[in-house]
Ligand binder design. Structure first.
Ligand code: SF4
Ligand code: SF4
Length: 379
């Protein structure tokens, strides 16, 4: 089978061209969103295409007047894309409250880049309290009403059901494909898995579901002509650094699972379609999903999930990535490493910025891989 993941790669590389063509041919609106706490179900229900705003890994040179240089690179690089006009096809932007840095990126965009529509959803921080679900449901009601006013079209229960079905189908299909990361010789690399999930945040979910269905037909018979090497996990914030993934896997390793919001954390939880009130069902999904550390207290459920994934996917070690200046993830790094160590999974921390210094990282990752394979005992 030749290049079954090429479609996803092409979508990422040509994401802006795809969006422009989508808009021209369907004559519908596109909204950019920053954080995965934005419920795409409701945008889809409103016939609006949700696309995630992410950076390009070019050193940002234009954001200094708008956000502090000590904001995380995701925020600076995302805002830089807007300031450079790369997302000039967006009709609106939406943010779901998460961390302070992203809020600032959203506000700078809203204030300084011409945009027709901007909406900030007050996703509660205390998602583990009993107040979270009713509060967030009301926030979603406001969002739904606002979208209806913007598009001039009332969003019906049927529309919401369609949004839920499309999103759940996408999640379910990606779950199924992640199963093929479990065998001793996984049927896909970590880079391919990342490209699959990333592209789902950039294109029409119906197009993406079609590509996933095609992939599922051929993946079981795929023959991998590479030695999988060390089974690694990657854990972190938002992470779309494909060059890093490729370079690490070329050192004799395979990322067999991930825990970040451009990976499993994005799609792991489905909307419970047995809940009759569809807005409650959507709110419930985002309140009870695997949380981002910006909301994961007091329970630290994300750490439990990381440990569970590490064991289920039989990993030998984990790279723990922190985006430079990111406090929410930084705070969780020590307990996360301790919990993984307690179940016999060694970890190695790395700090990412807009561009990754691969020269330095290579030596460190190689040394880590050697400790995992026991090669150091030869010296
Ligand atoms: S790391 Fe957390 S706050 Fe940042 S985009 Fe992902 S889910 Fe949102
Ligand atoms: S990486 Fe950290 S600082 Fe940046 S958006 Fe995510 S949670 Fe916020």
């Amino acid at each position: 089978m030749s290049e079954p993941f090429q479609k996803f790669r092409d979508w990422i590389d040509n994401r802006h061209e795809y969006a422009k063509e989508w808009k021209a041919t369907r004559n519908r609106r596109i909204a950019g969103y920053f954080c995965t706490y934005v419920p795409e179900e409701i945008l889809i229900a409103a016939n609006v295409l949700p696309v995630r705003i992410l950076g390009s890994h070019e050193p940002p040179t234009v954001t200094e007047p708008y956000v502090f240089a000590m904001f995380c690179h995701l925020c600076r690089d995302s805002l830089a894309q807007g300031l450079k006009g790369r997302f000039d096809y967006l009709d609106g932007i939406v943010e779901g409250q998460s961390c302070l840095h992203l809020r600032q990126a959203y506000n700078a965009w809203r204030l300084h880049i011409p945009i027709d529509y901007a909406f900030y959803i007050h996703v509660p921080h205390g998602v583990q309290t009993r107040h979270a679900l009713p509060y967030y449901t009301e926030e979603l009601r406001k969002f739904k009403r606002s979208l209806g006013e913007w598009t001039g079209r009332k969003i019906t229960e049927r529309d919401l059901a369609r949004g839920i079905n499309v999103m759940n189908r996408n999640r379910d299909l990606m779950h199924k494909i992640y199963e093929y990361r479990k065998p001793n010789n996984p049927k896909l690399t970590g880079l391919e898995a990342m490209e699959m999930v990333l592209s789902s945040q950039m294109v029409d979910k119906e197009d993406h579901n079609g590509a996933l269905e095609e992939l599922l037909k051929t993946l079981p018979s795929r023959e991998m002509d590479r030695n999988p090497g060390v089974r690694l996990m990657i854990i972190g914030c938002e992470d779309d650094d494909r060059i890093f993934m490729k370079n690490v896997e070329n050192l004799g390793a395979t990322f067999v699972i991930d825990e970040h919001c451009t990976g499993s954390r994005y799609f792991w939880n489905l909307v419970d379609s047995s809940i009759q009130d569809r807005l409650v069902a959507i709110a419930d999904r985002y309140i009870s999903r695997i949380p981002c550390p910006s909301k994961d207290w007091p329970e630290l459920t994300r750490i439990k999930q990381a440990v569970n994934l590490a064991q289920t996917y039989n990993v030998q070690g984990a790279l723990v990535i922190q985006n430079k200046f990111c406090d929410p993830h930084g705070i969780e790094v020590p307990p996360l490493r301790e919990e993984l160590k307690a179940v016999g999974v060694p970890t190695y921390p790395l700090e990412f910025d807009v561009t990754v210094p691969w020269g330095q990282f290579r030596t460190r990752v190689e040394a880590f891989l050697e400790t995992l394979t026991g090669l150091e005992e030869l010296f």
